[in-house]
Design a protein around this ligand. Sequence first.
Ligand code: PMP
Length: 369
Amino acid sequence: MSDVRIDDLPVRDELRGKSPYGAPQLDVPVRLNTNENPYPLPEPLVERIAERVRDAARNLNRYPDRDAVELRTRLAEYLTDTSGHEVGLANVWAANGSNEVIQQLLQTFGGPGRTAIGFEPSYSMHGLISRGTGTGWISGPRNEDFTIDVAAAEKAIAEHRPDVVFVTTPNNPTGNAVPPQTVLALYEAAQAAKPSMVVVDEAYIEFSHGDSLLPLLDGRPNLVVSRTMSKAFGAAGLRLGYLAAHPAVVDAVQLVRLPYHLSAVTQATALAALEHTETLLGYVEQLKAERDRLVRELRATGYEVVESDANFVQFGRFEDSHTAWQKILDQGVLVRDNGIPGWLRVSAGTPEENDAFLDAVRALKKEQS
Ligand code: PMP
């Protein structure tokens, strides 16, 4: 039995020889590799979650609210309050993490015989979920400084006529935000070419110096903004992602969602977290200050740093980034090697974790000079 491997099974051709997504989950003192929020949820929120989940448990013999109406209403209020752009229940859809939101979008608008494009390096799951849904993946270009080359991107869209266009802002792993004019230009190019859906992945937007692109949704039914509670809300373990778009998009994704996909426990937990938005956004302010400190200190130590609007920083350059990653790990600090030659990525942690990281990279710099 044990000598049967994946490729011995009749798996789909496009999955042959591929590896699953996975950042190493190593047991080291300082883990700054997956852009998590380092602050555990505050105790009053933990209590509130327990209370709400206890209530939900009394009804677990029943299926949950299939349309997650209360949760979507609260998410819409959160988006309206933080962006100043009016978002309603009909504009919002929620799923188990924004990865599932992206999967549902690709099941709806991509699929066999269709294609999606992203401008890489960017969030690798866009390509992987495309593959998983039978959508052809096109790797679009980026400039040397990791900004999007608008002319080259427009050209790629005109040439490939993709069905789905991904724009990640702030971008992961590089950290830089995409200017609204760029998103608008890509949207116009995508409409002229096909028309296609443009998905703006705003997983890290709460950490940005700039504003959300939610106001661009007005009059653009083929635009989607995707969000998550994994980062700013410090709730990666909850698995709650959501999108804002024209109500027709919300109707369309319901054609592919599994019935009752969002458990009653998930809905109850997310609702409790949304009651504590103000406290959680307070942590975001601390993380932004720490992110800015990381940028300053890395530069002062002689590293090159990409301007960051996220809760992580891409820094370099290394002759061999994997060796540098290992040396930082040897000092008890886990950062991320995304396979971008010369660069590594560090997530902003607590001040103490960031101090440990900065000590490690200062030591590395000394060793190399
Ligand atoms: N989009 C981006 C850009 C991300 O970096 C991540 C998580 N690393 C996600 C989406 C997925 O987040 P989740 O499924 O936890 O909501």
